[in-house]
Design a protein around this ligand. Structure first.
Ligand SMILES: *[C@@H]1O[C@H](CO)[C@@H](O)[C@H](O)[C@H]1NC(C)=O
Length: 519
């Protein structure tokens, strides 16, 4: 026991122990990809020695050390997998793929279901529950800012999509719409005259809708669920507007390799790719063998975890199978049910270990819906893509990938098999797509620290500095009319008018005096 090195380790360990923070991760959206990010966040923080309480509807496959789950799995039943967000509805134009008006009420309801859940109620009313910081996912409303009020601690947003005006305005000013686009649009800068006008319109409309409509719904939820919980603990209750704009940091699931290099305030930290583990899990044996022996390469096809391929109409499924059979390549298709008459080169899997498939050297094409997780993973492993966007930010993600030169876009339509065939052939014939994605992948990987490390560092920084007030943008404290210098314009106008009248007055006096003298 006299070994100094050992003492060192013991002392360090005890210091470390006292630096363990209690963190609340709020990621209760009933969408698998959102849970992958929430869980990745909880796990990264727990691995760094912190005690994490993680609110989710998807329980992790196995318990994670130092992570306590607030189980909201019952709320899965409210998720409209067979409703709004389904391939058949988008095809038939009966779904509102990326319509703000349809999004907001759905997401508001999800927030209500979360706050209404007995386990969340219990957490809020239990005064022994204290946290050093709340990390909450932002999804078209800011209701969860209320948790920072309940636990009286710093707030950190997780933005699951590329930085855009709706989140940036929470810690700084709105970015210029002339070159930063709305998350539900698919325009890419440089914008045409029309696109630029539309983007300005979207920002103004969005802001007005927020003030006139969404804000009312948020205040309702805040008053109903958070105000009583805060009153239960403290004597005074902050206003919702104060909490809404009081976040210390935004952790942004984005990176310039897949996104747009717009300027970010110092408290917006891009951590895209943090959910991808350093060591990729080995493939299951059958897939490993299949991919190893696919000498012409593998085309991997998955519409993600929320969209079900089974909602593809039968004609399209049959067309796709027929089309795939023309290729020498192996096709691995993530499909949730058995398909009859599959050609010999098509391999159906109900669940796909996506990262492990993309990591295999024989994976040469990834057909994806263009969700940001799939986009990030294609970048991480350097696989060119064919994007078939269906809703939300998928349109803009796919457009960006096309513009960056490592992807092709195919529209979801009844003739998509023919379009997809052309796109696959194009990717196979032109090595430029693969070369480009490898180049971008190098940029993606060339960072001073791994994104998961960066995540942990910044969360600790916020707790250590009690809310990182030193990172708050001064722009944020200046009213809009001052930013537009309307007050200065007013002062200048007043001076000009004053001078004008003074001049006239003096001239009048001089003139009349001269006249008097002349008389
Ligand atoms: C705003 O955030 C800071 C830093 O986290 C915190 O000290 C302050 O109490 C918060 N304000 C309110 C009203 O919650």
């Amino acid at each position: 026991m006299c070994n100094p090195a050992l003492w060192c380790v013991l002392i360090l360990a005890s210091v470390y122990e006292t630096n363990a923070y209690k963190l609340l991760v709020v990621s209760p959206l009933p969408g698998k990809s959102h849970a992958i990010l929430g869980e990745g966040m909880a796990e990264s923080l727990a691995n760094a020695g912190h005690d994490v309480t993680y609110m989710t509807v998807y329980l992790p496959d196995k318990p994670i050390p130092r992570v306590t789950i607030v189980d909201l799995s019952e709320n899965l039943k409210y998720f409209p997998t067979d409703g709004a967000l389904n391939i058949a509805n988008v095809l038939d134009n009966t779904s509102s793929g990326s319509n703000f008006f349809a999004f907001v009420p759905i997401l508001m309801n999800m927030s209500r279901n979360t706050l209404n859940h007995p386990n969340v109620q219990k957490l809020m009313s239990d005064k022994s529950q204290q946290f050093d910081a709340v990390l909450a996912e932002w999804m078209f409303n800011e209701v969860y800012a209320g948790f920072a009020g309940v636990f009286n601690c710093p707030l950190i947003w997780l933005s699951t999509v590329d930085p855009h005006w709706m989140v940036l305005q929470l810690v700084d000013e709105m970015p210029n719409p002339a070159y930063t686009v709305d998350i539900l649009s698919d325009s890419i800068a440089p914008l045409t005259f029309k696109q630029r006008a539309i983007q300005l319109g979207l920002q103004i409309m969005g802001k007005l809708l927020k003030i006139l409509w969404v804000s009312g719904l948020e205040h309702e939820l805040y008053d109903e669920y958070f105000v009583p919980a805060i009153r239960h603990r403290y004597s005074s209750v902050p206003s919702f507007e104060t909490l809404r704009y009081n976040a210390s940091l935004i952790l942004s699931n984005s990176h310039v390799s897949t996104g747009s290099p717009i300027r970010l305030p110092p408290n917006v930290i891009p951590i895209g790719g943090f959910h991808i583990k350093h060591d990729v899990k080995p493939l299951p044996e059958n897939l490993q063998k299949l991919m190893d022996k696919s000498q012409h390469g593998v085309v991997y096809f998955s519409m993600g975890s929320n969209l079900r391929s089974k909602h593809f109409p039968d004609v399209i499924k049959q067309d796709l199978l027929k089309m795939f059979s023309k290729f020498k390549q192996t096709v691995i298709w993530k499909f949730e049910e058995d398909l009859p008459n599959t050609p010999s080169n098509v391999h159906i899997v109900q669940w796909a270990p996506q990262q492990s498939i993309l990591a295999h050297k024989n994976c040469i094409v990834f057909i994806t819906h263009g969700g940001l997780l799939s986009t990030t993973e294609s970048m991480h492993f350097g696989v060119p893509t064919i994007g078939i966007p269906v809703f939300g930010d998928q349109y803009v993600n796919v457009q960006r990938a096309v513009k960056k030169g490592y992807a092709q876009k195919v529209d979801l339509s009844y003739s998509m098999a023919a379009d997809l065939e052309k796109a696959i052939q194009n990717l196979l014939d032109n090595p430029k797509y693969a070369t480009r994605v490898k180049e971008l992948s190098q940029i993606y990987h060339d960072r001073p620290v791994l994104p998961a490390k960066s995540l942990v560092h910044w969360v600790e920084h916020v707790v250590k500095t009690r809310g990182a007030l030193h990172l708050r943008s001064p722009a944020f404290l200046v009213p809009w009319y001052q930013k537009l210098y309307l007050d200065l314009i007013l002062v200048v106008l007043v001076i000009i008018l004053a001078l004008k009248y003074a001049f006239r007055y003096i001239m009048n006096r001089l003139f009349t005096k001269r006249k008097e003298k002349a008389n």
